[in-house]
Design a protein around this ligand. Structure first.
Ligand code: ZN
Length: 467
C-alpha cells in the first residue's frame, strides 16, 4: 500500500472549498478532513497556503498527429510530461483515421502511440470520412473500446469536411449509440472561396489566414451544426469556440434547452488577430491555428460567454509545431501547419487571467479546467472530483508564486510560445497522477507508461453531460 497526504491546504471543488488534509492511498482519494491520522510510511507533502484541486482535464489535444506534410512536435511522452508539469492529469486526444482507413485500425495506432504517456488519456474519434463501414465500426468503438465521442468537421474542404447529409447521418448514429457529437464549426466552402480570392490577389502571407476564416463563418457553422444535432436529437459539443457569433449560437441553443456544450481555449480570451500582422513570419505563423485568433472585441465576448455559463469547458487544441515546421508555409499561408501549443500553460494562464482578476472564483476555475469536462465526457466522478474513491489526480497551486512563461523554459517540445514573456501569478507546485507524485516544484518525476487508457461509457438516452 502506498499513501501520500497533502497537509494544510485549501481543497477546492466546483461546489466549494474547505481547509482540510487529503489522503491518497493506492491511487484513490482515501480520506479528507482536518489533521488526518495517516499510516506509517505515508509521504507527507506540506501544501499550506496552497489550493488543492482536481487535476486538469484537457479534452482537446493532438499529440504526434501527422498533419499538413509534417508531424506534431509533441509525442504522447513529451506532451503528457508537459501537461503534468502544468497540472493536467488527463488528456482526451483525437484519433484520426486516414481516408478509407478503418477507425478501429486507427485506434490501434493511437493506442500504441499513447502507451508511453505519463498521465491518463482517453480518445475521441475523428469522423474523417463517412460510409456504412465507418458507421458500423462506431458501434464497436462505443461498446467495446470506450470511445464515446465523435468529431465532425464542417471545414477543411477536400480533406476532412463532410457534406451536411453525411453530418446528419453521423449525428443520428451518435444519438442511437449514446455517443456525443463534437464539431469543428467553420464554413469550409466559404473558406475555400475566400482562399481562392486572396490567392487571386496575390496575398500569400500569414495576414491572409484570419481574412480567409472570418468570425461570421464560425457563427454560421456553429448554428448549422446545432440545428442538425437538435433536429435529429443528438447531444453536441462545440470545440474551440472563438467568435462572438459562435458563442451566441451556443447561448441561444442552451436557452431553448438544447443539449449543447461549448468549449473555448485560453488563447481566445487574451490574444487577438493583430498577431498575424507582424512582419516577423515566425511570430505570425506561430499563431496560425484554426479557427484563428479573432479581432479585438471577440476575446471579451468569449469572457462574457464564460461568465454567463454559455461556455463551460476549456481545452487547448494542443497541436504544436516548431518554427522550422511552420516555415513549410513561408510562401503560402495555407501550407503553414495549423496549431499552437498550450497543454502545459492552460491552468496557469486561466488562473492568472481569471482568478487573479476576480473574474473567476477558484470553484469556477475547477469547473472550467476539470469537472465540467469530466461530466461532459462521462469521466465523472472518477475524474474531476476530490471525493473519496475518486482517482487521486490532483494539482496543487501556490497562488503567491510567480513564473514567466517562455519557450526557453517550457517542457512542450517546441521553440515557440503564444504566451512568451507573460508573467503569471499562481504556479502549479505539485501534480499527482493516480496518487503518484509526478511533479514536485520544478522536478518532473513522470514515468513513461504510467498513464493508463481511460475507456468511457456511452451516455444513456438522456445526455447527462450537459453542464
Ligand atoms: Zn483540434
Amino acid at each position: 500500500m502506498t499513501s501520500t497526504v497533502l497537509r494544510g491546504g485549501t481543497l477546492v471543488s466546483d461546489q466549494g472549498r474547505q481547509r482540510a488534509d487529503l489522503l491518497c492511498t493506492d491511487g484513490r482519494i482515501a480520506a479528507v478532513g482536518p489533521s488526518l491520522d495517516v499510516p506509517a510510511g505515508t509521504e507527507v507533502i506540506d501544501v499550506g497556503g496552497c489550493f488543492v484541486m482536481p487535476g486538469g482535464i484537457d479534452p482537446h489535444t493532438h499529440m504526434q498527429l501527422e498533419m499538413m506534410g509534417t508531424v506534431v512536435a509533441d509525442t504522447f511522452l513529451t506532451g503528457t510530461a508537459a501537461a503534468a508539469a502544468g497540472g493536467t492529469t488527463t488528456i482526451l486526444d483525437f484519433v484520426g483515421p486516414e481516408a478509407g482507413q478503418s477507425p478501429l485500425d486507427a485506434l490501434d495506432v493511437w493506442r500504441a502511440r499513447a502507451a508511453p504517456s505519463v498521465i491518463d488519456y482517453g480518445f475521441h474519434m475523428t469522423v474523417s470520412w463517412w460510409s456504412p463501414a465507418f458507421s458500423d465500426a462506431m458501434a464497436s468503438l462505443v461498446a467495446e473500446h470506450g470511445v464515446t465521442s465523435f468529431k465532425f468537421f464542417l471545414a477543411y474542404k477536400g480533406r476532412l469536411m463532410l457534406p451536411d447529409a453525411d453530418l446528419i447521418a453521423g449525428f443520428r448514429r451518435c444519438r442511437d449509440l449514446g455517443a456525443l457529437v463534437q464539431v469543428h464549426a467553420e464554413n469550409g466552402e466559404l473558406i475555400a472561396y475566400l482562399q481562392d480570392e486572396l490567392r487571386a490577389e496575390g496575398i500569400t502571407g500569414p495576414a491572409a489566414h484570419p481574412r480567409s476564416r472570418p468570425p461570421l463563418l464560425e457563427g454560421e457553422a456553429t448554428l448549422r451544426a446545432i440545428a442538425m444535432a437538435e433536429t435529429v436529437g443528438a447531444a453536441i459539443y462545440v470545440v474551440h469556440v472563438s467568435a462572438a457569433e459562435a458563442a451566441q449560437a451556443v447561448r441561444d441553443a442552451r436557452a431553448r434547452g438544447s443539449r449543447v456544450v461549448g468549449e473555448t481555449l485560453p488563447g481566445f480570451l487574451a490574444i487577438d488577430d493583430s498577431v498575424y500582422a507582424s512582419p516577423d513570419f515566425d511570430f505570425a505563423a506561430g499563431h496560425v491555428m484554426s479557427p484563428p485568433y479573432r479581432p479585438k472585441g471577440h476575446p471579451e465576448a468569449i469572457w462574457r460567454a464564460i461568465d454567463d455559463d454559455t461556455l463551460s469547458t476549456t481545452g487547448t487544441d494542443h497541436c504544436c509545431f516548431t518554427r522550422a515546421q511552420k516555415r513549410l508555409g513561408v510562401d503560402d499561408y495555407t501550407k503553414i501547419p495549423n496549431g499552437c501549443g498550450g497543454v502545459e500553460d492552460r491552468l496557469a494562464v486561466l488562473w492568472h487571467l481569471g482568478v487573479n482578476s476576480g473574474r473567476l472564483t477558484p470553484e469556477r476555475f475547477v469547473a472550467l479546467t476539470s469537472t465540467n469536462a469530466a461530466k461532459a465526457f462521462n469521466l465523472h466522478p472518477r475524474k474531476g472530483s476530490l471525493a473519496i474513491g475518486a482517482d487521486a489526480d490532483i494539482v496543487v497551486l501556490d497562488p503567491d508564486k510567480t513564473r514567466t512563461l517562455s519557450a526557453k523554459t517550457q517542457r512542450q517540445n517546441t521553440d515557440f510560445s503564444v504566451w512568451e514573456g507573460m508573467e503569471v501569478k499562481g504556479v502549479v507546485v505539485h501534480t499527482l497522477s493516480r496518487g503518484r507524485h509526478v511533479y514536485a516544484d520544478g522536478d518532473l518525476r513522470a514515468e513513461a507508461g504510467w498513464g493508463r487508457y481511460v475507456p468511457r461509457k456511452p451516455f444513456g438516452p438522456v445526455y447527462e453531460g450537459r453542464i
